[in-house]
Write a protein that binds this ligand. Structure first.
Ligand SMILES: Cc1ncc(COP(=O)(O)O)c(C=O)c1O
Length: 381
């Protein structure tokens, strides 16, 4: 627990700011949407990696939640979370840590998409005298891992290896990461339906083969916000919605004024001959993520705002060195007057990547300069 600086003027820069009011509004927005569609949220905690944020995101102190590392699972388990989905394909060597968490009373589920992994999970289940539950990862959009739902033989073979080997087949999971490439409401709705249909089809294949499939888990922030129907789905996962970022704004899932995360930086120089203002936040503070480069509006390494969080017209971080950010305006724009020592707030391209560069969140609310609290976050695997 770090003591909060009185105001953002007292913070050493670069520093990560988290607008509590925006974060709470983002959480409330998705919750009410999913409540309306009658499906529970399993928040993905990989974005926040913070026990304090997790408590706001989860429906209760014991979860449920999803994580992207076993380190997250261990941190959240130590904080009392009991229902955890480790949503990255399981490496057999990690099963000892999985078994240790389960032996400590955590209902930890793993995911996999191959017979080899199913055998490893079954072997670990027998070795540790406990049925480790697994979801079969389904490929709903060709963007990453998973068994395609049409491959009935593979789905059933994996399911049987789990069940007959002493592990537990708990269901199916898919993540339509391809939704990050959509940027119209109709494309996002279609992707959400494609994600739902793939998971429900795969679940049907397993059930027809006499295998159990109680869990049908789908989700990404864009599809969770655009799905019209979650028929057959038992839970929705989403992560980056808690903070939002410029990539999500570019897709049309949020507005820039919904983005809860920003990096506080100080002006450290000028190259007016080149139209540059230099700040002390380079890629170490902002991350190297250039996710908006593929979108209609390339936001460089981030959009530059004043201390109240209002974007300066056309001012972006055009270049980033390790500890230098180079601010410049788009063609036709006017460089604002920002003397040495002036402070700015930079909205991130990708909230998960930017947050990962920092050890703590400085909590602020709206235009109030007070730092209300400091919340620690963790990294590592
Ligand atoms: C398996 C899985 N589920 C859910 C999510 C959450 O996606 P988002 O951050 O778009 O909400 C991710 C993100 O990478 C993921 O890998």
């Amino acid at each position: 627990m770090t003591v909060a600086a009185p105001t953002i003027a007292d913070l050493e820069t670069p520093a990560l700011l988290l607008d509590e009011a925006r974060m709470e509004a983002n959480i409330a927005r998705l919750r009410s949407r999913l409540d309306g569609l009658g499906v529970p949220l399993r928040p993905h905690l990989k974005t926040a990696k913070s026990v304090d944020v997790a408590r706001l995101l989860m429906s209760g102190p014991a979860g449920p939640c999803a994580v992207s590392t076993l380190n997250e699972a261990e941190h959240f388990a130590a904080a009392g979370v009991r229902d955890i989905l480790y949503a990255v394909g399981i490496a057999p060597a990690k099963l000892e840590r999985v078994a240790a968490l389960r032996a400590a009373g955590v209902d930890l589920t793993v995911i996999l998409d191959s017979p080899e992994q199913a055998v490893a999970v079954a072997d670990a289940s027998r070795r540790h005298g406990q049925s480790i539950p697994a979801l079969i990862e389904v490929d709903s959009d060709g963007h990453r891992a998973g068994v395609v739902p049409q491959d009935r033989a593979a789905l059933v073979a994996i399911g049987r290896r789990l069940e007959e080997g002493g592990a537990k087949l708990r269901g199916v999971l898919t993540h339509a990461g391809g939704s990050y490439g959509c940027d119209t409401p109709s494309a996002l709705e279609a992707m959400a339906e494609q994600e739902r249909a793939a998971a429900v089809t795969a679940a049907g294949v397993l059930r027809e083969a006499g295998l159990p499939c109680p869990v049908v888990s789908v989700g990404s922030t864009p599809t969770a916000h655009f799905a019209r129907n979650f028929g057959g789905v038992t839970e929705v996962r989403a992560g980056v919605f808690v903070f939002f970022d410029l990539v999500m704004a570019g897709i049309g899932v949020c507005l820039p004024q919904d983005i809860a995360l920003s990096v506080l930086a100080t002006v450290i120089g000028h190259r007016l001959d080149k139209g540059w203002i230099l700040v002390d936040a380079g890629w170490m503070a902002l991350s190297r993520d250039r996710g908006t480069a593929r979108q209609r509006v390339d936001q460089g390494y981030g959009v530059v705002c004043d201390l109240a969080g209002r974007p300066y017209p056309d001012l972006i971080v055009a270049e980033a060195n390790q500890e230098h950010g180079v601010l410049s305006v788009r063609p036709g724009g006017t460089l604002p007057d920002l003397p040495i020592g002036a402070r700015v707030r930079i909205l991130p391209n990708h909230a998960c990547a930017t947050a990962a560069q920092h050890a703590r969140y400085n909590l602020v609310a709206g235009t109030d300069p007070a730092v209300r609290a400091v919340w620690d976050r963790f990294g590592g695997w």
